[in-house]
Unconditional design. Structure first.
Length: 362
């Protein structure tokens, strides 16, 4: 009897992950669901949007971001026309826990929807060492609790579309033990994913393009920003816990704001010490990244940690928003000063339009 493609690929996944990643592979080979049941999301756009953005909740524990380039003479419509059937087949092979989220470059989005308005392209930001890990014609985000599923699903997709695409760059990510709200400790030991838009109102305000216009061809689309941020762990670990907390703006042990309250609470940006200094320091990440300073709604952050080696680890930042201006203004403000980002280098980046389900044909 011939072995299934699933068996071949998952066997290869175990070999590759065990042999090719060395010390970086400490999180592979087990599910990271940690017993949290996935909650059904009640959202009026549930049948319009792609999975892997707000569903499931909390997010799966492993991700592979894969950015592709079309081969010469190929067009994005070729991939899109086969994506639905390919996704359906791959999920049938590897389990319903798997989501595959598809986004196209801004150039292709403008070509596909010439009558629609799109955000301006993002500029170059500080501390970028991309070395070719940028751009791309489209992206697929593979998520599952089992890391071998993520690996095998990517390999299956590449095999299905090898005549029309090439894999430009990809990165695996993971979430260590996370809460029911999707909060987890990142590479520097602090809770990540605390403040996110969770209500329909907040998601409409900041995440979905044309959220209130069902007639729009982009109803339920969203922009996706990807940034692979490598931390300088040697420098960070030399800092005292107190200095680290001032850099973040939250307590390391509980995730609570320095201004008081519980982990889930917003930072009180107006709180001051008796000497007049801000309780949440001027250069803290909580203050620099706060949307109130740029007059924008909340973006949805759905990031992961990554660990390629002891010298190459950090955060795989993934965020969704309805206007790239939200990210541009926030990042530029953090480029001015931010005591976390000053310890990072961006080594991979991309921004895409994640299309609504209606964009794909079965």
């Amino acid at each position: 009897m011939q072995p299934s493609r699933r068996g071949i690929l998952q066997g290869g996944a175990l070999i590759a992950l065990g042999a090719g990643l060395g010390g970086a592979g400490f999180f592979f080979g087990e599910s990271r669901n940690h017993g949290h049941p996935k909650k059904a999301i009640s959202n009026k756009l549930a049948k319009v949007i792609q999975g892997g953005i707000i569903t499931p909740s909390p997010p799966q524990s492993n991700v592979r971001i894969a950015v592709f380039r079309l081969r010469e003479g190929r067009v994005i419509e070729e991939v899109m026309s086969g994506f639905t059937s390919a996704r359906k087949q791959i999920i049938a092979e590897y389990g319903n826990d798997l989501t595959m989220t598809f986004g196209v470059s801004l150039d292709w989005a403008r070509s596909l929807y010439p009558d629609s308005q799109f955000s301006e392209s993002l500029p170059t930001f500080q501390r970028e060492q991309l070395q070719g890990n940028e751009g791309g014609d489209f992206v697929v985000q593979f998520c599952a609790d089992d890391p071998n599923t993520v690996f095998a699903a990517h390999e299956s997709f590449v095999a299905d579309f090898t005549e029309s695409t090439t894999d430009l760059w990809h990165q695996d990510g993971f979430r260590p033990k996370q809460t029911e709200r999707g909060e987890f400790r990142n590479a520097i030991g602090f809770f990540d994913g605390i403040i996110n838009p969770r209500s329909e109102k907040k998601l409409d305000e900041g995440v979905w393009i044309d959220a209130t216009d069902p007639a729009s061809p982009l109803h339920g689309a969203t922009y996706m920003v990807i940034r692979r941020l490598r931390f300088n762990m040697d420098r960070w670990n030399r800092m005292s816990t107190g200095l680290q907390e001032r850099a973040v703006g939250r307590k390391k042990d509980t995730g609570a704001p320095l201004s008081g309250g519980e982990r889930k609470d917003q930072v009180d940006l107006g709180a001051k010490h008796s000497n007049g200094e801000w309780v949440t320091p001027e250069a803290s990440h909580a203050r620099r990244a706060h949307p109130s300073f740029v007059g924008r709604p909340l973006m949805l952050r759905r990031g992961y940690g990554f660990h390629n080696s002891d010298k190459d680890q950090g955060t795989l930042f993934i965020a969704f928003m309805n206007d790239l201006l939200t990210f541009k203004l926030t990042q530029q403000r953090m480029d001015e000063m931010d005591d976390i980002l000053s310890n990072t280098v961006c080594t991979g980046a991309g921004y895409f339009v994640v299309l609504p389900q209606a964009a794909f044909t079965a």
